[in-house]
Design a binder for this molecule. Structure first.
Ligand SMILES: Cc1cc2nc3c(=O)[nH]c(=O)nc-3n(C[C@H](O)[C@H](O)[C@H](O)COP(=O)(O)OP(=O)(O)OC[C@H]3O[C@@H](n4cnc5c(N)ncnc54)[C@H](O)[C@@H]3O)c2cc1C
Ligand code: SF4
Length: 483
């Protein structure tokens, strides 16, 4: 790792400065490096915490998330400040977005279209899956067309998943995941030890095991413990990034800037810079989730080879999306609720997670610093939309029908989930400055040497986990910029 102190680079000029080392930034850097990277400086607020440190300390970072933003709402937001960002804490679930997620407005008259289609992103999905050695079910191509096979075979299904898949071959699939089905040169095979935030056997893809060499490149200098505060602009260009390290401020210069803090910190940096537009910071959201425990009648569960084994699209696409959110059903192989107590029935339990899409509501947002002069960003958040709630109600109502292939004894609602750990949407991408902050290439509509990467650019909320899509978008943005 080419670590340098920030005071040694503050007088230098770089071709590119990248903020953050998480999904958006690292996949961008990876692709830019393939195409002859020029001198690049990467700054990250967090520190490097080796895998062993994380497992021993039982945390992903020494920085508490709660110290990095203010909020009067009880809504939980979850992320990692540290080298690798969300690649440390993630559970490595990697479904692609459904093709219709990119066209909500034009198909169903709700929400916003993306400025790119599934087909345009597809080759980059395939590349991101290759980089992360994704394990997946080839049958998924029935609803999400694929140009390449999954790099790894699917994980072993539970018996319940097998029954579901047999009855619903075009809707029930093995979960795509970056938890290795087969060991790679840097990762063990996943052994379903079920604590993926701190995987003890290093089976999931992380920045540390997945990007060897990326941050060793002599053309890439890395400053850790260095927080981006704000940009300085002149005309339609960003000229400087002002950072803070151990209480001192430094000015860093480059031709191009890549903003890949997360969907709370990235808009805060723009707002602190006075680089406001009506949508900057607006639309903070994530998918809306709840859990149920399905009591099975005479069927043992927990015999799959990873933590989440099945994904079911029965409640996903359709005309209901005009007023009721899509829902995605995850079949869990983790004993979230323990085993059943009745003799002989210990494993007759199937935990299920259901998530719905949400809408980007303008009042849910990161506030400008002028409104709340705090050292860290302030969030205003009300609630998920009625659209999302209707989707959850519909999913709960229709679940018995979806689960018909299984011997179901009872379905027990186990509560709404406080967070899906998927903050998104605060610097959305679109076609014009009226509907978005960045364009289809993720370049800011007004400051043309500034690219935004990460979940902040999502203009709609898929039910699916976001990080594979972030990775694919970053590969595409980098390719368009440097190829
Ligand atoms: C517990 C948990 C489980 C998850 N599981 C999954 C999953 O299974 N599948 C999935 O798809 N997603 C999952 N996610 C979500 C995933 O982590 C995020 O979607 C993803 O990391 C977003 O990528 P990003 O590039 O936007 O931000 P990040 O990956 O969070 O990267 C942001 C980077 O910016 C740095 N940074 C922040 N502010 C500043 C600043 N001011 N100056 C300099 N650097 C800064 C951070 O340290 C970090 O390195 C999970 C998240 C959590 C918390
Ligand atoms: S299920 Fe266990 S082995 Fe697999 S990625 Fe999660 S923690 Fe690691």
């Amino acid at each position: 790792m080419n670590l340098v102190p920030v005071n040694s680079v503050s007088g230098q000029h770089f071709e590119t400065i990248i903020i953050g080392t998480g999904f958006g930034s690292s996949f961008y850097l990876h692709e830019a490096r393939r195409y002859g990277l020029q001198p690049t400086l990467v700054v990250d607020w967090g520190q490097f915490h080796p895998h062993d440190w994380q497992v021993e300390q039982k945390r992903n970072s020494a920085t508490a998330v709660s110290d990095t933003f203010n909020s009067e709402s009880s809504k939980v937001w979850n992320y990692t400040i540290g080298f690798g960002g969300g690649m440390n804490c993630w559970f490595a679930q990697t479904p692609r977005f459904h093709p219709t997620d990119f066209q909500l407005a034009s198909r169903y008259g709700i929400g916003q279209d993306w400025p790119i289609t599934y087909d345009e992103l597809e080759p980059y999905y395939a590349e991101a899956e290759e980089i992360m050695s994704i394990s997946g079910d080839p049958d998924m191509a029935r609803i999400m067309p694929r140009s390449r096979d999954f790099p790894q075979p699917p994980h072993n299904l539970t018996t319940a998943d097998q029954l579901m898949k047999r009855a619903q071959p075009d809707r029930h699939f093995a979960m795509p995941t970056a938890r290795a089905r087969v060991a790679t040169s840097t990762r063990s095979a996943c052994c379903a030890s079920l604590r993926c935030q701190l995987c003890p056997v290093d089976a999931k893809f992380t920045a540390q095991n997945g990007f060897p060499g990326l941050y060793d490149d002599p053309a890439v200098k890395l400053c850790l413990g260095t927080r981006a505060l704000h940009f300085v602009t002149a005309g339609d260009r960003v000229t400087e990034l002002v950072v803070e390290h151990e209480g001192r401020e430094y000015r860093l210069h480059a031709d191009r800037f890549i903003l890949g803090a997360n969907a709370i910190q990235s808009p805060a940096i723009l707002l602190n810079s006075g680089m406001e537009s009506p949508l900057t910071g607006a639309g903070l959201h994530e998918s809306y989730g709840f859990s149920v425990e399905v009591f099975l009648d005479g069927l043992d569960h927990f015999n799959g080879s990873t933590i989440t084994t099945g994904i079911n699209y029965s409640l996903y696409d359709g005309d209901h999306r005009r007023d009721t959110a899509a829902a995605l059903v995850y079949f869990e192989n983790r004993w979230t609720y323990g085993l059943r107590r009745e003799p002989g029935k210990h494993r007759w339990s199937l935990p299920v997670t259901i998530v719905t899409e949400d809408l980007l509501q303008p009042e849910n947002r990161v506030l400008s610093k002028a409104a709340t002069p705090q050292p860290v960003p302030t969030i205003a958040y009300g609630d998920a939309s009625d659209y999302a709630r209707r989707g959850a109600d519909r999913a709960l109502r229709l679940l018995p029908e979806v689960l018909k292939p299984l011997p179901v004894e009872a379905i027990h609602f186990r509560g709404y989930r406080p967070t899906e750990s998927h903050l998104q949407g605060t610097l959305r991408m679109g076609r014009t400055p009226d509907d978005s902050v960045v364009d289809a290439d993720q370049i800011h509509h007004r400051w043309r040497n500034l690219t935004v990467v990460g979940t902040s650019v999502f203009p709609s909320c898929s039910c699916a986990n976001p990080s594979l899509t972030v990775a694919a978008l970053s590969l595409r943005a980098a390719r368009l910029a440097v190829a």
